[in-house]
Design a protein around this ligand. Structure first.
Ligand SMILES: Nc1ncnc2c1ncn2[C@@H]1O[C@H](COP(=O)(O)OP(=O)(O)OP(=O)(O)O)[C@@H](O)[C@H]1O
Ligand SMILES: [Mg+2]
Length: 398
């Protein structure tokens, strides 16, 4: 069928034509926004799940919801080894800019912007902190001079708390709040993660209307609780998972129907078999099945004809791009994992199957975790962050 009208959207962060199966999260978030705007206690939110289940697109949908309620919003994508200062400053700058036109007191806005600037410039990596002699290599695009003595102590925990408190006050003035979205939250460096928890903790005690909405891999809750023991009480965790059969069908049929196209029941069976409910795979198989079908309805035969193309695309774009990031030692480790099964596997068994001492494999395991390819599941075991990765590895030539 006409490829130009093909509605499906495989790709990281690509907005799906139908956001299926996430009504519960969207509804709950509405309540959270309303409660926080009214100064009621509410926990910040953290979405966790495997690669490609739709964390980023859900985060974006929650952000739209906050914008719809006239909140100020900003988003960052954490990266390993990158301190939060610049990205958080840029995100809050954005949030305050969204609110500024409705605020009656421009001086108050300028003050908060000056605090954001002070916070950003304290970044040691810029070489432009107070007292620094080096030429600033980076300037936040804020026109007012940086504040002094606020959010610029150099202690990220104190500085984040002051920054959040001041930013939130703009929300309070307008009867709304500020939401900071943090994608790939497992990559936030440990000291910053701990400071983020502390700042949230402080703000939740004063009822200041600022929340963090995070998204990350399944081990993110463990990281948070090891950085601050009280983090379980700060965050509400939502496990984002594969779609069940009715939602997986809806993700395919709703966009097609809007184009006047149907699926035969056996085509939906075949697509569910192939995609296993994983949103990324649903988009990938939906896309090729549409292109392969000569006419509506899309049939099981069309799916069969198209499947190899989807597999080839996934092998390159979804699996291959990640596999490429691993060193030979890491690949060997993952291959051993894959041969042991698809669920979490004990690290001791990986070592045994490779005929190595567990301690000698720790570097490979740790760097795979850092690269986001595997995560530490239950005590002493590891699992792939990428669904069907074991199957992919087993099908690769050695
Ligand atoms: N609820 C949904 N219904 C239908 N399709 C979805 C849904 N959620 C996500 N998708 C599709 O799945 C794909 C992956 O989504 P997204 O990039 O948000 O996943 P992710 O969990 O952030 O993955 P990663 O961990 O790799 O960042 C996209 O093509 C998106 O359109
Ligand atoms: Mg993502």
């Amino acid at each position: 069928m006409d490829p130009i009208r093909n509605p499906y959207a495989p790709g990281a962060g690509q907005r799906p034509p139908e956001l299926a199966g996430r009504d519960r999260e969207l509804d709950q978030f509405d309540v959270v926004l309303e409660r926080i705007a009214r100064g009621r206690p509410e926990r910040s939110l953290v979405l966790t799940g495997l690669r490609g289940v739709g964390k980023t697109v859900l985060l974006n949908a929650l952000r739209s919801q906050a914008i719809g309620r006239l909140w100020g919003t900003g988003k960052i994508e954490a990266r390993p080894d990158q301190t939060l200062r610049r990205p958080v400053a840029a995100a809050l700058h954005m949030a305050v800019r969204e609110l500024a036109p409705r605020h009656r007191d421009p001086e108050r806005i300028d003050y908060v912007l000056s605090v954001i600037k002070a916070f950003a410039l304290r970044d040691s990596a810029t070489g432009s902190g107070p007292g620094s002699k080096t030429v600033p290599r980076w300037q936040p695009g804020i026109d007012v001079p940086a504040a002094r003595g606020r959010a610029d102590s150099g202690d990220i925990e104190i500085d984040l708390t002051e920054l959040f408190t001041d930013a939130a006050s703009i929300g309070t003035d307008l009867g709304v709040g500020i939401a900071l979205f943090v994608d790939e939250m497992q990559d936030v460096p440990t000291p910053d993660l701990s400071a983020l928890c502390a700042a949230c903790h402080e703000l939740s005690q004063t009822g200041a209307p600022l929340i963090i909405v995070g998204a990350g891999l399944p081990h993110l809750p463990t990281l948070l609780s090891s950085s601050k023991s009280y983090s379980e009480r700060l965050f509400r965790y939502h496990r984002i998972d594969r779609l069940d059969r009715p939602d997986a069908d809806l993700a395919l049929t709703a966009p097609a129907q809007r184009e006047g196209v149907d699926f035969s029941p056996d085509a939906l069976d075949a697509l569910y078999d192939a995609a296993d409910g994983y949103p990324y795979f649903i988009q990938a198989y939906g896309k090729v099945a549409w292109d392969a079908a000569p006419t509506t309805p899309i049939t099981a035969e069309d799916v069969k004809v198209a499947a190899p193309e989807a597999e080839a695309e996934l092998a390159v774009g979804f699996f291959g791009s990640r596999y490429e990031r691993a060193t030979p030692a890491e690949r060997e480790y993952m291959r051993a994992m894959a041969l042991l099964g698809d669920g979490p596997v004990p690290t001791a068994e990986v070592a045994t199957s490779l005929g190595r001492r567990p301690s000698s494999l720790s570097p490979a395991r740790d760097s795979l975790i850092k690269k986001g390819l595997v995560y530490a599941a239950e005590r002493g075991s590891v699992a792939f962050t990428v669904p069907h990765f074991g199957h992919f590895l087993r099908s690769q030539p050695v």
